[in-house]
Design a protein around this ligand. Structure first.
Ligand SMILES: Nc1ncnc2c1ncn2[C@@H]1O[C@H](COP(=O)(O)OP(=O)(O)OP(=O)(O)O)[C@@H](O)[C@H]1O
Ligand SMILES: [Mg+2]
Length: 328
């Protein structure tokens, strides 16, 4: 380095490089903190969230690995928290929900699906743009990658999954660059065979026995290729949400809504929670996707008014079936 002396501020450069390395290096995981974060966003799926926090601590503690940090398969009814858990995990591990790459496999069913993921081969138009999967991972390998509805993907995409989950690397067509997935978490979700899986869920009270039942079923019924199942670290089967859990989620969502108006909610009359749940049940018997809209319809107006009157904390009571807001 002697002949380069004076060319730059070496101390400053060293500091900057160290900072960059520290930012990209895998940090040890604080299992308790991770669990608390996941629990704060995902309700009613405790066995899954607990197992996941533990698995990640164990994986992060490894010195080196030649496969992704975790390959997870998430099953269970719609609107039970699969995507929510993926987002919460991306936020906790990589500092930002946006570290999540999401692919809808129903859009990866044609013959060009491979080109979309790993780029066009050399000589084809667009080959310099790279793939929708490889390019973001080449620029930042610390990612959570979510593939939704994998049963709809083309078999050529499954071949890519096998490589990605088995070797932790994929070569971009065109550029020949190798994307490294060893710092990524891979999540596959599927709604396939939901009815049978639901029956197995209903017939077990113990979570682990139920998961074993589901795994046996997936293997026997050849729902996925055996090689895929062989590369999955965990199969998580999400539970349908009970009324109490939906109530908890409603309160969580209400507090998020209030926060967006700069307000904190100190109290909500139980009758109002019950009404939101009943309205939700009317429109979406099998999910809670409408809940957010229903809460908005019920509470956004009083929240905005309270905000305009300079409140910081509010409580919601009920009079003649209507929402009454009070400064707390
Ligand atoms: N267990 C849960 N805890 C907290 N919020 C939840 C839970 N389940 C669902 N939600 C809320 O409901 C919405 C839909 O949930 P999510 O997107 O996670 O469903 P999903 O299980 O991925 O369903 P799908 O199989 O249709 O993709 C999210 O906005 C989320 O906030
Ligand atoms: Mg989802």
């Amino acid at each position: 380095m002697a002949d380069l002396n004076g060319m730059t501020d070496w101390e400053k450069l060293k500091g900057m490089l160290q900072q960059k390395e520290a930012a990209t290096a895998l940090k040890a995981i604080d299992e308790k903190a991770l669990l608390a974060h996941l629990r704060s966003r995902v309700k009613g799926q405790d066995p899954i969230v607990e197992d996941l926090a533990r698995l990640l601590r164990l994986q992060f503690a490894r010195k080196n690995s030649n496969r992704p940090l975790a390959n997870l398969l998430m099953l269970g009814p719609t609107g039970t928290g699969k995507t929510e858990l993926a987002k919460a995990l991306a936020e906790a591990l990589f500092g930002d929900e946006k570290a999540m790459l999401r692919f809808d496999c129903s859009e990866l069913s044609g013959e060009h699906s491979k080109d979309r993921l790993v780029g066009m081969p050399t000589g084809y138009k667009g080959s310099e743009e790279g793939g929708h999967l490889t390019r973001p991972v080449l620029s930042n390998p610390r990612r959570l990658i979510l593939f939704d509805e994998i049963e709809k993907a083309d078999s050529i995409v499954f071949d890519l999954f096998l490589q990605l989950m088995g070797e932790g690397r994929l070569t971009e067509q065109g550029s020949g660059k190798v994307a490294d997935f060893t710092q990524s978490v891979i999540i596959l979700t599927s709604n396939s065979h939901a009815e049978e899986i639901g029956k197995i869920q209903d017939s077990h009270t113990d979570y682990h026995e139920m998961v074993n039942g589901v795994k046996g079923y997936l293997a026997d019924a050849k729902v996925f290729r055996a090689e895929i199942l062989g590369r999955i670290d965990r199969v998580y089967v999400f539970r349908p949400l009970s009324g109490m859990i939906v109530a908890e989620i409603a309160l969580l969502k209400l507090s998020q809504l209030a926060k967006s108006y700069g307000l904190a909610v100190k109290f909500v009359a139980p009758e109002l929670v019950l009404k939101a749940l009943a309205d939700n049940e009317k429109v979406s018997r099998f999910g809670i996707r409408e809940l957010e809209r229903i809460l908005f319809d019920m509470f956004a107006d009083p929240l905005a008014s309270a905000r305009e009157q300079g409140a910081k904390e509010v409580q919601f009571d009920v009079a003649d079936g209507k929402v009454v807001v009070r400064k707390a």
